[in-house]
Design a protein around this ligand. Structure first.
Ligand SMILES: Nc1ncnc2c1ncn2[C@@H]1O[C@H](COP(=O)(O)OP(=O)(O)OP(=O)(O)O)[C@@H](O)[C@H]1O
Length: 237
């Protein structure tokens, strides 16, 4: 299977702290790849290393082009969309204004927004700061989808959301992944089981497991060993 992204021996150091210690994995050109691991193992740092937001060495190939020396703006313009963990919507701007910052011509009228986010179209004049966490997550996702992307990096999109909204965000991601591969940092194992095809597990700055998402999530002993959690304790998505 072809890969959209290939990391080879990627290291990140912050001062004396060696956060990524030779991370190597591939993201298939289709579907959702979930990046898993306990808190603080380097998942967000891995996304930032891909984007040039963390000081990295090694090789990062996007569609076979090495981007490790490119600045972030060029990497993003070159086809990587990023939805950071804290969503970063502009609370003082309306939904429409948030969207038009990226897609000035269309905003909430874009076909992709009307198709995947009808609720946002209804709320286009509402200030983003008054939306729920789940709705803000939808704005952050919609905004990144207003551009053509070869790959999306999405960091813990369901963190802090009520179960119903977790399901809604998962459904949107599954729809998005039908056309654009997604590298997803996610702690919710039932959700990973539902929408991810491939998993990569980090521990202490290294990849400790790669494989099929369902196989991992359904193996209680392995999820316990690698993540310190298993499906039963997490509940259903
Ligand atoms: N800018 C920074 N300067 C120094 N250390 C950092 C910086 N960013 C992250 N770290 C450290 O790197 C390690 C990995 O952090 P990272 O956020 O990548 O982990 P994570 O796996 O995404 O965790 P979480 O699930 O808690 O978000 C942590 O020990 C963190 O404190």
């Amino acid at each position: 299977m072809s890969s959209v992204l290939v990391l080879d021996d990627v290291h990140v150091r912050y001062g004396g702290s060696h956060v990524l210690q030779g991370v190597s994995f591939e993201v298939p050109a289709t579907g959702v790849t979930a990046l898993l691991g306990r808190n603080g193992v380097g998942k967000t740092t891995t996304l930032k290393a891909v984007l040039g937001l963390a000081p990295r060495t090694g090789s990062v190939l996007l569609r076979e082009r090495d981007i490790v020396r490119e600045p972030t703006h060029r990497i993003v313009a070159g086809g990587i969309g990023y939805v950071p963990e804290d969503r970063e919507v502009f609370g003082g701007l309306t939904v429409e204004e948030n969207l038009r910052l990226v897609g000035p011509a269309e905003g909430a009228d874009a076909a992709i927004v009307r198709e995947l986010f009808p609720d946002l179209v209804q709320r286009r004049t509402q200030r983003a700061g008054t939306l729920s966490g789940g709705q803000q997550q939808m704005v952050a996702l919609a905004r990144v989808l207003l551009r053509e992307n070869d790959l999306l990096l999405v960091d813990e999109p369901t963190k802090g959301l009520a179960p119903k909204l977790v399901t809604e965000v998962a459904d949107v991601l599954a729809r998005v992944a039908e056309s654009t591969p997604v590298l997803l940092v996610e702690q919710n194992l039932p959700l990973v089981r539902r929408i991810a095809d491939t998993v990569v597990v980090l521990d202490a700055g290294r990849v400790v497991h790669r494989g099929d998402a369902r196989e991992l999530v359904e193996d209680q002993a392995l999820t316990q060993e690698l993540l310190g959690v298993s499906m039963r304790r997490e509940g259903a998505a």
